[in-house]
Ligand binder design. Structure first.
Ligand code: ZN
Ligand code: ZN
Length: 376
């Protein structure tokens, strides 16, 4: 991306080797996320020129001198949230709140404040530490997470953003109990991932709310039990279906008014998890007296409140065991030079997930088409 709203270019860049605490990865596949498009449109400010892409998987080609957790030839999924391991949040088991990572991310550098990408003499920024719309990437040590070689890297490429975000909101933050009722607002990639997670957590009832009726049908294939289109009596419908309110509400959309609906649709003592990021100017209002009397918990969840090195392999093990239908997430695959088409498809709402394939064999996904999963 040379600048916001300029056509994306496929060009050759220089990539320096990994420093002592970094890893060089050859990408097999990368997922395409709405955040990439929001950055391209300028809605999410990020330094440019840059290489976009922040969910991917591949093979380790080279490691820095102090790397011991992965070696050349290992298969890895990438996490866009590296962690320093020493700040107060890291040591308390909440690496997504790492105080070292966010400033470097917004600066478009790796953790040491410098870049490995150049175009001639011009520095090129990284995007969310990964820049996976590329054949190779140099990433921080904690962004490279070793995974089982049996997992198709096309599937693994999806796990590092939307899937972990939705899954973790349900499993790590809401801690959904067996038999409980969950309502998910939004049936995009994050919402579908929350639905999958609610099902493997044993939720007895999984409601999904989305204005696009076709997405509700799709959500049933991921485990939703009831689909609702927003209406004036949406909250009453949810209360009726759940016998007084859902135990857990997940806002995977972040749209105006959804937090209020999620709050009212939740049972007293219930939990509301905010995942979709609202407009930065949004100031949602809530009924103050009920906030006290009903003892509801409202909490945010960033990147699935995850410990990526634990949760990403766990999600992929559950996929391999047949518990999480991650195959269903891939709508279409592309070659890297088709990335502009992929953005058009994504903005038109045609994709659950689009995947750019670099290595068809390792990805387990054909390089360009609609019927993309290869036979095992
Ligand atoms: Zn993303
Ligand atoms: Zn930290």
């Amino acid at each position: 991306m040379t600048a916001p709203n300029e056509p994306l270019e496929t060009v050759s860049l220089d990539l320096s080797g990994p420093r002592h605490d970094e890893v060089l990865v050859r990408l097999a596949a990368t997922g395409i996320c709405a955040s990439d498009a929001h950055t391209h449109s300028g809605r999410i400010p990020s330094p440019a020129p840059c290489v976009l892409g922040h969910e991917g998987a591949g093979v380790v080609e080279r490691v820095g001198a102090s790397i011991t957790h992965v070696a050349s030839g290992d298969h890895v999924a990438l996490s866009w949230m590296p962690s320093c391991g020493t700040c107060r949040h890291c040591v308390s088991g909440r690496p997504v709140l790492c105080t070292a990572a966010a400033p470097a991310m917004f600066a478009g550098t790796l953790l040491d404040g410098t870049v490995r990408l150049h175009r001639g003499s011009q520095p090129v920024s990284h995007y969310s530490f990964l820049s996976t719309f590329a054949t190779h990437a140099v990433v921080p040590a904690s962004s490279a997470i070793r995974i089982d070689r049996q997992i198709p890297l096309g599937i693994a490429s999806l796990v590092g953003c939307g899937i972990l975000t939705g899954y973790g909101a349900v499993v790590n933050k809401a801690r959904v109990a067996p038999g409980s009722s969950v309502v998910v607002f939004g049936a995009g990639g994050v919402g579908l991932s929350a639905i999958m997670a609610a099902r493997v957590s044993g939720a007895g009832q999984i409601l999904v709310v989305d204005p696009v009726a076709a997405k509700l049908d799709e959500a049933r294939l991921f485990g939703a039990t009831d689909g609702l289109v927003p209406s004036d009596d949406l909250v009453e419908q949810i209360r009726d279906l759940t016998g007084g309110g859902a135990d857990v509400a997940v806002d995977a959309a972040g749209g105006e008014g959804i937090l209020g609906q999620a709050f009212s649709a939740t049972v007293p003592g219930g939990t509301i998890v905010c995942v979709g990021i609202p407009d930065v100017r949004a100031r949602p209002s809530l009924p103050g007296a009920e906030l006290v009397r009903d003892e509801k918990v409202i909490t945010g969840s960033l990147y699935g409140s995850s410990r990526p090195s634990v949760d990403i392999p766990s999600i992929l093990r559950q996929y391999a065991a047949g518990a999480l239908p991650l195959d269903r997430m891939i709508t279409r695959s592309y070659r890297l030079d088709q990335i502009g088409d992929a953005f058009v498809d994504m903005r038109a709402g045609r994709l659950k997930r689009g995947v750019v394939v670099f290595d068809e064999h390792l990805a387990g996904v054909a390089p360009a088409g609609d019927d993309v999963r290869l036979a095992a």
